[in-house]
Design a binder for this molecule. Structure first.
Ligand code: PMP
Length: 436
């Protein structure tokens, strides 16, 4: 109580999770968090997707302890170390072959947003162009460039393209047909000498939008975006900050479509729960000058050790495949649930990145889409109520999407079959209670 009160008094009004999840975690293991009041929760936040192996996984703890006990320096800027070498080797072993064979890595600041900024700098330095193509519903971070590409700030250099969504596409085009229209619109925009945009440096895309409300990009659409950018010498940046490390059912989400990007932005799970962010890119783009990119915290030895252990564990234990199978099972159960609940507007996801979009079926229908006809408006109040009812039932879920009406599930890849069942059971129960 005291901790929550003091936090509410001292912390900024911008605080997010702490506002909607008034718990004080004191212990955690795997998928379970224990609060100071002794209550236990199943954690479907996973540090916003960071905890591929859940909390305090033994291999992560052991890797960190080994560095601590070895007397190795914990902070060495970007100097070469055995720990860094091991991390880089392990990371490259997980990347698609045709990409990794000719790739360079740049260590960035500690956060995903730092790596996004580095990617933008790199493609601008390599191309001499400044424009960027980004998508509706995108989220790339909270620093100026990343924010502009996310739609959170105005930047004349960022051109926004419609991201194809099966449901409630802001441009009213969803599904395969929407994807086709979006691709043709992109071509028109790039090729029209009058109304078009000047040749941009890059296109940045999330293979599955996370914060935007769990929107998987259709594989065929992604392949078309690859062809469009390749034909015009525009770099394709895949932001795999949230989708990486097995989350969507393949080690990297671009593997579903077979698309080979020019730059990959990686963070969150690659640090095995500690802060780490890198960009990996085709060596041909490596045109920036020595010192062109720096930053004090690019050599976090503990994060690299935790990250290497996580990557190896996911690879050796086939956790990406497991995320695919278990995720498909959870998705099917959530879809079955939607037939009894008109308030579930849509269920979508890939692997263990799942979303439940809640709507108000009684309200006047909104937004005409090509595939769905008219759909009811989003219901953020119900989503908030569901989140609170979940918390009461010992389940922590996140909300996302443009209207904050999407209940998001990001469990660790290590969750058991029983835990997966419990998550859907508790969510279903919470929805019933919130609807009352
Ligand atoms: N890109 C994506 C796809 C993300 O989901 C996030 C974080 N949610 C970021 C970038 C930014 O990462 P960070 O919060 O570590 O800056």
């Amino acid at each position: 109580e005291g901790i929550l009160r003091r936090q509410a008094q001292r912390e900024s009004s911008a605080r997010t999770y702490a506002r909607s999840l008034p718990i004080v975690p004191v212990r955690a293991r795997g998928m379970t968090i224990e609060g100071a009041d002794g209550r236990r929760y199943l954690d479907c936040l996973s540090g916003a997707g960071t905890l591929a192996l859940g909390h305090n996984h033994p291999v992560v703890l052991e890797a960190v302890r080994k560095v601590l006990d070895s007397g190795a320096p914990l902070h060495v800027l970007d100097l070469a170390t055995p720990v860094k070498d091991a991390f880089t080797t392990e990371l490259f072993a997980t990347l698609p072959r045709e990409f990794a064979d000719d790739a360079r890595i740049q260590f960035c600041g500690p956060a995903g947003t730092d790596a996004v900024e580095a990617a933008f700098k790199l493609v601008r330095a390599a191309s001499g162009r400044s424009g960027l193509l980004a998508f509706t519903g995108a989220y790339h971070g909270m620093t100026a460039g990343a924010l502009a590409a996310s739609g959170g700030a105005q930047d004349v250099r960022v051109t926004r393209l419609p991201f194809p969504q099966n449901y409630r596409c802001p441009f009213g085009v969803g599904g395969e047909r929407g994807a086709d229209i979006g691709a043709r619109w992109t071509e028109h925009l790039l090729d029209d000498p009058k109304g078009g945009v000047p040749a941009p440096a890059a296109m940045i895309v999330e293979p599955v939008q996370g914060e935007g409300g769990v929107n998987p990009a259709p594989d065929g659409w992604l392949r078309r975006m690859r062809a469009i950018t390749r034909d015009r010498s525009i770099a394709l940046i895949a932001d795999e900050v949230q989708t990486g490390v097995g989350r969507t059912g393949t080690f990297w989400a671009v593997e579903h479509s077979g698309v080979v990007p020019d730059v990959m932005v990686l963070s969150k799970a690659i640090g095995g729960s500690l802060p780490l962010a890198v960009i990996v890119y085709r060596s041909e783009l490596d045109l920036w000058q020595p010192g062109a990119h720096a930053g004090t915290f690019r050599g976090n030895q503990l994060a690299m050790a935790a990250g290497a252990a996580t990557l190896a564990y996911v690879r050796e234990n086939g956790l990406a495949e497991r995320a695919g199978t278990l995720g498909a099972r959870m998705l099917a159960r959530l879809q079955a649930l939607s037939s009894d609940h008109p308030s579930i507007g849509d269920v979508r996801g890939r692997g263990l990145m799942l979303g439940l979009e809640l709507v108000d079926p009684e309200a006047e229908p909104q937004t005409v889409t090509l595939e769905n006809g008219s759909v009811p408006p989003p219901n953020p109040a119900l989503a908030t109520a569901v989140q609170q009812e979940c918390l009461r039932r010992g389940l922590i879920v996140e909300l996302g999407g443009r209207h904050n009406a999407v209940v998001r599930l990001l469990p660790p890849l290590t969750l058991t079959d029983e835990q997966a069942t419990a998550v859907v059971d508790r969510l279903a129960d919470a929805l019933r209670a919130a609807e009352r």
